[in-house]
Design a protein around this ligand. Structure first.
Ligand code: NAG
Ligand code: NAG
Ligand code: NAG
Length: 299
């Protein structure tokens, strides 16, 4: 069954894309130029290709040493040396990032399943903390499992802006608003029953607007009751053509609060995971299974 593709970019793909960038230029897809001051938690996760760092994924600063992003932004079976990833922050312009941090450790979810996009979440532990100010800051997590169905939330990133299946990458941060849709509608549109009962994901959609390649891992931020923006989702996957015909799917942050806390408490412990050590799972605790079974929560 066709399930769309992950919103990540890899070397050859990205290069070809930039070469073909003569096309219509719009935004995230049909979003607008954004100011980093309005999204100070937004980071660019960049990887080395042919000796140069280039965009790969988005992410959100959740603490001065911690980035929340998608699990699929890290290739566990063929990990790069840690020095080949960096996290950039502090500018609306990708080419003018002001602060870069190197990675201490990738904490990919132990039960990430790339086939079904389960647990598509990862924390990146930085070697040095960010200093917070107007252009670099953290975003609070949605930790109360609010139902955002019908609400308009913001997505942002430096990902593909092409709504016709081509590739056009902006230097300027793009953002747009998308409406969170019900699990039932999302499941129906994707023809994927699992989505209707899976409350570790959420879906958002808008006519001709969407996240796209290289927006992966980036924030879906919604306004809380006090009007501040909180992190509700992390961009996970979507249709091949990012034009809103099918909804985008996001990892639901509130389903992973326990996992995030547990992972952050492991900081500095354990070895680097640059060697591609496999199968060394942490003790499984079934917190997220519990969430999965918690189906009564739906609207
Ligand atoms: C990881 O990298 C290897 C080698 O480039 C590739 O064959 C494999 O498909 C990648 N896995 C994922 C999940 O991207
Ligand atoms: C979106 O893309 C799909 C696949 O190319 C196409 O069938 C559909 O008409 C497009 N929708 C819009 C609103 O452009
Ligand atoms: C982790 O990797 C860095 C360089 O990538 C190295 O300097 C450091 O010693 C490693 N630490 C451990 C515990 O292996």
């Amino acid at each position: 069954m066709y399930r769309g593709f992950l919103l990540c970019v890899f070397a050859a793909f990205c290069m070809a894309a930039i070469a073909r960038a003569a096309d219509v230029s719009t935004k995230i897809v049909n979003g607008e130029d954004a100011k980093i001051e309005d999204f100070p938690w937004q980071v660019s996760i960049e990887v080395m290709r042919n000796g140069q760092f280039g965009r790969n994924c988005g992410g959100s600063i959740i603490d001065n040493r911690w980035i929340l992003t998608a699990a699929h932004c890290y290739n566990k079976t063929h990990p790069r040396p840690l020095s080949e990833t960096r996290v950039g922050a502090g500018s609306s312009s990708l080419s003018k990032m002001v602060e870069f941090r190197s990675v201490k450790k990738f904490h990919q979810h132990e039960r990430y399943d790339s086939r079904d996009h389960y647990n598509d979440i990862m924390l990146i532990e930085l070697r040095r903390p960010f200093r917070f100010g107007s252009t670099i800051n953290k975003i609070s997590l949605d930790d109360v499992y609010t139902d955002y169905t019908g609400k308009s939330c913001k997505v942002s990133g430096w990902g593909n802006t092409n709504e016709f299946g081509g590739h056009t990458y902006p230097d300027r941060l793009q953002a747009t608003e998308l409406t969170v849709i019900s699990r039932e509608s999302c499941a129906l549109q994707w023809g994927d029953d699992d989505l209707s009962s899976d409350n570790t994901k959420l879906c958002a959609q808008e006519y001709r607007r969407d996240v796209c390649d290289a927006d992966s891992g980036g924030p879906l931020a919604c306004q809380a009751a006090d009007l501040t923006y909180i992190l509700v989702g992390a961009t996970s996957y979507g249709p091949k053509v990012c034009n809103g015909t099918l909804p985008g799917v996001y990892t639901r942050v509130s389903a992973y609060i326990d996992w995030i806390e547990k992972t952050k408490s492991k900081k500095g412990k354990g070895k680097n995971n640059t060697k591609g050590k496999k199968g060394k799972k942490d003790q499984k605790n079934n917190k997220n299974n519990k969430n999965n079974n918690n189906k009564k929560n739906k609207n």
